[in-house]
Write a protein that binds this ligand. Structure first.
Ligand SMILES: C[S@@+](CC[C@H](N)C(=O)[O-])C[C@H]1O[C@@H](n2cnc3c(N)ncnc32)[C@H](O)[C@@H]1O
Length: 363
């Protein structure tokens, strides 16, 4: 790709596009479109390439990732591409009739299911639909999902380990019920989870172990739930500290929407607010004296600790003096050594054979 593309968070070890992007772009190279919906364009590789080819093209980027939208904006600007580009959060539904819908397959089947159901009404007989993914992630069940919700979906051969799917709309088809959202009850909580929310089907065992330690939390007035997911840590913190203000942040639009709804259903007061952010880099006025964090260990399909590092670093910056970061993690992730570098040390609050809960105080 003849473009300067960077991931967000910046990671020079990993490319900001994959062979599926390249194969999709090769496939449509000879075609020209006016209005295109880009679904899950992770770092803006599709937006940048299409704008570089035709400056007049109108692009809507529909994604659950706030980071994906920010990365697309940054990459368009870095390549001096004055794009006709707009971001559409996953919690809204695309309505414009598009002449092409280009889909990067998402990591979870549940998100794909939700997206195909939401897309179907905006598709016409003339919409060109192309989905791209790495062959190892395209299963028989992936193709069946397209066939059940959209219509016949032939596929390409694999090239450089990527493959394309070419769904066509069958207007006579009655799609099955959309089962992508899940509600579960546990620990006296009832939590609704939109399709792409972490621990959508059941209580995460790390989060459960973390919550079991909440009786040992230090008193706090302003609490941040960093990477809030469905809001479970915020809700339990609100039960422990009936006077505290709570700010939950997540880069997933669906997580922020689920956390907002779950807080209202389970607590129902106005002490908490939930917002999209890249870790804490967009938060400036929180005056936090306690940060709770169950960090992610992957971004899309890439496993790594870049985001966890960023969360710990920005927690240190954000905390008031004397404030504490409480973090839960798999034992082998060795967060204690990161906390030693950032905070000068940490104490172990609890551990079992899988997880450890650590607390680090800002001096
Ligand atoms: C392991 S989950 C924890 C969710 C919830 N707190 C719990 O304990 O069940 C990590 C969360 O971090 C979010 N996340 C990932 N990258 C992020 C980023 N750069 N900024 C903010 N949140 C992020 C994910 O969307 C996910 O909801």
């Amino acid at each position: 790709m003849n473009l300067k593309l960077q991931r967000l968070p910046k990671n020079d070890q990993l490319q900001a596009w994959d062979a599926a992007d390249t194969l999709l772009l090769e496939h449509i190279a000879e075609k020209s479109f006016n209005q295109v919906l880009l679904v899950n364009d992770t770092f803006g590789a599709l937006a940048c390439s299409l704008t570089a080819k035709s400056a007049d093209i109108e692009l809507t980027s529909w994604s659950d990732s706030w980071l994906a939208h920010k990365a697309s904006e940054k990459n368009l600007a870095a390549n001096q591409l004055n794009a006709n580009w707009q971001a559409l959060p996953s919690t809204e539904v695309p309505t414009t009739p598009f002449d092409a819908v280009l889909i990067q397959l998402p990591k979870t089947t549940a998100l794909l299911e939700q997206q195909l159901h939401a897309l179907r009404p905006a598709l016409t007989d003339h919409t060109v639909i192309v989905a791209a993914g790495m062959a190892k992630h395209i299963h028989r069940s992936t193709i069946e999902l397209f066939e059940k919700i959209i219509g016949p979906s032939p596929t390409s051969l694999a090239k450089k380990k990527a493959r394309l799917i070419f769904p066509t709309v069958d207007k006579s088809l009655t799609p099955p019920t959309n089962k992508s959202s899940k509600t579960w009850s546990d620990h006296g909580l009832r939590l609704n989870n939109l399709a792409n929310v972490f621990s959508r089907e059941k209580f995460d065992i790390g989060a459960r172990f973390f919550i079991d330690q909440f009786s040992a939390l230090p008193p706090a007035d302003n609490i941040i739930d960093l990477g809030c997911g469905n809001g479970v840590l915020s809700i339990c913190a609100a039960q422990h500290f009936p006077e505290a203000n709570i700010l939950g942040v997540d880069e997933s639009y669906m997580a922020v929407a689920s956390a907002t709804e779950n807080y209202q259903q389970n607590i129902g007061d106005d002490r908490a607010r939930f917002t999209t952010s890249n870790c804490l880099s967009d938060i400036h006025d929180a005056a936090a004296d306690l940060i709770l964090c169950n960090p992610p260990f992957h971004q899309q399909h890439a496993v790594g600790d870049t985001i966890a590092w960023q969360m710990l670093r920005e927690s240190h910056r954000q905390l008031q003096s004397g404030g504490e970061l409480w973090v839960v993690g798999n034992r082998q992730l060795h967060y204690h050594s990161k906390l030693r570098r950032l905070f000068g040390g940490s104490r172990m609050v609890a551990s079992n054979n899988k997880f450890v809960v650590l607390a680090a105080r800002k001096r």
